[in-house]
Design a protein around this ligand. Structure first.
Ligand code: GLC
Length: 428
């Protein structure tokens, strides 16, 4: 099946490691989850008031791009259309798009231009699901799933026409915005009363991207077993590096939220701390994965204070520590991570990065490092970190304990004033 498709190069993606997801659309106005239509079983008419009042007057993508850059993000992925079917660009194939709202202007164009100007790579999220399109059949997650009249009209809806509509829209996205680095199709739910590749006509959709943007990476949610340049764990950190059926490591990207929902949710209070977010980024890279961290801008077009604070905090950390993230991946086999720590490794420079998640008392025991360390320093200030064989001069050694690991770093009593301190280890 894949023989007619080529594999694009994912080199930039595994190097860059950190991207910004942007979920934006009409759902920013009710501000209580991007699935609001499905959750509350709202009809198109119930939701129409948001379309009629959509006017993000403070939208300034130059500011968004600046914040992404300062946070250390190297690519971004924006919702061109989410499940509610609302399109953020002036598509020719439906009236349900931004140019027919009071705002009137193309949000995608402005955002793409601003992020590109900051050197940030461009990704398009496109929802396979569409709760607005008249030919899209009612299924188990559709807002009208419990409406018998709507259900009864299913035989008169034609998913082939919907699949054609998607191809035309993806054609527009592939041809009107220059080079697109990545496509994020979302999502398939095959099986009873669900939808999968036959409904989307996924192969033909994918073929359009391959033809028009052959270098673009595409996610794995089209329900085609052999299509997918990266795997997309959502709202969890995988236990280890992800592998394919043959046991080979795969390219993957965890997508994560600040607070649980993807769209702006005013009254959600489960916001992750900067400390936790940095540890999630590090944890992913230590397992060979990327982090796509989501912002849900407000209905006026701003990143709210809770989001900007966290982006700023991550940026402060990244400014001093990005050497342990960019170009890094999992440590080679044989380097067992010390307790409460994560290793990342830069194969080009042969440096190992020890991220200290919980501050220990003086010694960090490193099984497997033995005599392989040439030099070590804290990454945030370049100050030397001493290391030695455990037991040489310690009470443990003098008391004759021999079950200690052969190498330990000696760190100060006080944790350096950065959220996650890192020791940069120059290997021999
Ligand atoms: C899910 C949700 C959606 C969100 C996406 C991001 O599939 O349907 O709301 O856009 O995850 O990964």
């Amino acid at each position: 099946m894949t023989s007619r498709f080529t594999k694009p190069d994912s080199g930039w993606f595994v190097n860059d490691r950190f991207g910004m997801f942007i979920h934006w659309g009409l759902y920013a106005m009710p501000a209580r989850h991007e699935w609001i239509r499905s959750r509350e079983e709202l009809s198109i008419a119930d939701y129409q008031k948001h379309f009629e009042h959509f006017n993000p007057d403070l939208f300034n993508p130059i500011e968004w791009a600046r914040m992404a850059k300062l946070a250390g993000m190297k690519y971004f992925v924006i919702t061109t259309k989410h499940h509610d079917g609302f399109c953020l660009w002036p598509t020719e194939h439906t009236d349900y798009c931004v140019t027919n709202t009071p705002y009137q202007r193309d949000l995608i164009r402005q955002t793409v231009d601003a992020f590109r100007a900051e050197g940030i790579k461009v990704g398009f999220y496109y929802s396979l699901i569409d709760w607005h399109h008249p030919e899209f059949t009612i299924d188990r997650i559709h807002p009208m799933r419990n409406n018998p009249d709507e259900r009864a009209r299913n035989p008169f809806r034609d998913m082939r026409k919907y699949a054609d509509y998607m191809r035309k829209q993806v054609f527009e996205l592939c041809t009107q915005y220059g080079k697109i680095d990545l496509f994020w199709f979302d999502f398939s739910y095959p099986g009873e009363d669900g939808k999968g590749h036959q409904d989307w006509e996924s192969e033909d959709l994918y073929a359009i991207v391959q033809e028009l943007q052959p270098h673009a990476l595409v996610d794995n949610r089209l329900d085609l077993p052999d299509v997918g340049d990266f795997v997309t764990p959502e709202q969890f950190q995988p236990a280890g590096g992800l592998r394919d059926a043959q046991g080979k490591p795969v390219v993957w990207e965890a997508c994560q939220t600040f607070s649980g929902s993807w769209g702006y949710y005013r009254d959600e209070h489960d916001w992750k701390s900067v400390d936790l977010l940095v540890r999630m980024l590090v944890d992913g890279v230590s397992k060979g994965g990327n982090l796509l961290l989501n912002v849900g801008p407000t209905a006026r077009g701003l990143f709210d204070q809770r989001a900007t604070d966290r982006l700023k905090g991550m940026g402060d950390w990244m400014a001093l520590h990005n050497r342990s993230i960019y170009g890094c991946g999992a440590a080679p086999d044989g380097f067992t991570q010390p307790t409460d720590c994560r290793y990342t490794y830069d194969a080009h420079t042969n440096r190992l990065y020890l991220h200290i998640f919980a501050w220990p008392f003086r010694d960090i025991y490193c099984p497997g490092l033995g005599d392989r360390v040439a030099y070590a320093q804290f990454l945030h200030d370049g100050s030397e970190v001493h290391f030695g064989a455990v037991g040489e001069a310690s009470w443990a050694g003098m008391a004759g304990y021999t079950d200690q690991t052969p190498l330990a770093f000696q760190v100060p009593i006080l944790k350096p004033d950065v959220v996650v301190p890192v020791i940069e280890i120059f290997l021999k």
